[in-house]
Design a protein around this ligand. Structure first.
Ligand SMILES: O=C(O)c1ccccc1NCC(=O)[C@H](O)[C@H](O)COP(=O)(O)O
Length: 212
């Protein structure tokens, strides 16, 4: 079974259409104003309407207040919430109970102990997304940085999981082979500039995943 595919940072109809045409499983919308991929509630609403259930939409938040998430859920039909900040297991469980949506928790990885942190989210999150740790002061994701994939070789966790960080059409097959990732997530790896999705790269990424 090929790895599931998430294309993150969708902000235009063209990128959404290419993601759907590539038969990706998830499209990510970034609700974090500091990101070059950030969408307003209006844009998110228009994109989820356009998707019309053809792909699952994941809303990405960074240490967001309940009100920010509630506003996004009113504006846009989101199928899951992705938390990409320093949310604790308790906060993840609280948001999952409050909003009734599956919650993905991203964990920044630079060492084996970072991978081990996933265990604390069992019973709170629905999925763990291992992503590269980014430098202090930088965005917590979408930076095109990869971590040492050998940290996930043979990984067996209590929760479903996915791999992110520096994945692109050229390296994703190797990443899957080395980690066994059941889900792969990319953002800058399918862009021509920060926040500008390249439709050919989206197509090629999905193709490479299915060939892996
Ligand atoms: O993409 C962003 O701008 C972003 C901003 C703040 C927090 C997370 C963000 N992206 C998270 C993702 O899901 C990315 O797909 C993931 O970090 C991988 O990014 P990349 O290395 O660029 O493929």
């Amino acid at each position: 079974m090929p790895a599931k595919i998430k294309i993150c940072g969708i902000s235009t109809p063209e990128a959404l259409d290419a993601t759907i045409a590539a038969r990706a499983d998830y499209a990510g919308l970034v609700f974090y104003p500091a990101s070059p991929r950030a969408v307003t509630s209006n844009v998110a609403g228009a994109l989820t309407s356009r998707a019309a259930g053809q792909i699952a939409m994941v809303g990405l938040f960074v240490d967001a207040d309940d009100a920010v998430i509630a506003d996004a859920l009113v504006a846009a039909k989101l199928n899951a919430l992705q938390l990409h900040g320093s949310e604790s297991p308790e906060r993840v469980a609280q948001l999952r109970a409050r909003f009734g949506k599956p919650v993905w928790k991203a964990l920044p990885v630079a060492s084996a102990s970072d991978v081990a942190r996933a265990a604390a989210y069992a019973g709170a999150a629905d999925l763990i997304l291992f992503d590269a740790k980014t430098p202090k002061g930088a965005l917590p994701g979408g930076m095109g940085l990869a971590f040492d994939w050998s940290l996930l070789a043979g990984y067996r966790g209590a929760l479903p999981w996915g791999l992110a960080g520096g994945l692109n059409p050229t390296n994703v097959a190797e990443a899957i082979a080395r980690t066994g990732a059941p889900l792969v997530d990319t953002s800058s790896g399918v862009e021509s500039a920060p926040g500008v999705k390249d439709t050919d790269k989206i197509t090629n990424f999905a193709f490479a995943v299915r060939l892996a």
